[in-house]
Write a protein that binds this ligand. Structure first.
Ligand SMILES: *[C@@H]1O[C@H](CO)[C@@H](O)[C@H](O)[C@H]1NC(C)=O
Length: 226
């Protein structure tokens, strides 16, 4: 059932994409006929498009002064690893080969954006004491960037939930088996962080059989948030 539905969806998507592709190709070609004198003479149009800048971390928008551009992507099921980028630097990713199932955490100096340290915590088979110790050791003024992969919740305990909540998390209390979670918090942050997404592992709503959809969080985090 599920597989047929998936294939049907895939076929529909394929149709839509090819339709769109041919439509745009046609219209682009069509507009050549109504080309105006200016572009005929080779001025602007094309160069403007080519000059489009690539924002840090490949983000949609550029970031204002006194903020750090970030992008955090959770793992996809237990197949594709997560990634954590700040100010155009990918700290953790599958390509860097420094991620693991569980929680992937990068600590950054909230003033200058420099990496302090990175760590991964296996939340299925690991020792939760390691995570608690790591969270307790975070200094004031640190930004904490977290991406889940596969299972961020099995070994979670009250101590770890409390420490993550103190960093500004709204969902740390809920994290469970195979949920997805991306988060930026700060040590010493008063109130809740606005930079967080959470998806519960829910058989009826999951995109993949055993896991929810990938989460992607990007934007500009204020300096000194931590
Ligand atoms: C961040 O860097 C500044 C120097 O730029 C330093 O004084 C401060 O202690 C650092 N903070 C953390 C949390 O590492």
């Amino acid at each position: 059932m599920r597989v047929t539905g998936f294939l049907r969806g895939l076929a529909l998507l394929f149709t839509l994409v090819t339709t769109w592709f041919f439509a745009t190709a046609y219209f682009r070609h069509g507009s050549v006929k109504s080309v105006n004198l200016r572009s005929w003479l080779g001025s602007n149009d094309v160069p403007t498009k080519a000059a489009k800048v690539r924002n840090k971390c490949g983000n949609e928008n550029s970031c204002p002064e006194n903020t750090f551009a970030f992008k955090i992507i959770s793992g996809a099921a237990n197949v594709v690893g997560p990634s954590i980028c700040l100010e155009g630097i990918v700290f953790m990713s599958a390509v860097k080969n420094n991620i693991d199932r569980g929680l992937n955490i990068a600590l950054v100096n909230g003033t200058n954006g420099h990496l302090i340290k990175m760590a991964t915590f296996d939340m299925y088979a690991g020792d939760i004491k390691d995570l608690v110790k790591f969270l307790e050791g975070i200094n004031e003024g640190s930004l904490v960037l977290i991406a889940s992969y596969d299972d961020p919740g099995s070994k979670m305990n009250d101590d770890a939930r409390k420490l993550l909540t103190d960093l500004g998390s709204s969902y740390a209390t809920k994290l469970g088996f195979r949920d997805n979670w991306v988060f930026i918090g700060g040590k010493g942050l008063k109130g809740k962080s606005p930079f967080e997404q959470y998806l519960k592992n829910d058989k009826d709503a999951n995109k993949y059989d055993g896991w929810p959809e990938v989460l992607e969080l990007e934007g500009c985090v204020p300096q000194k948030m931590g």
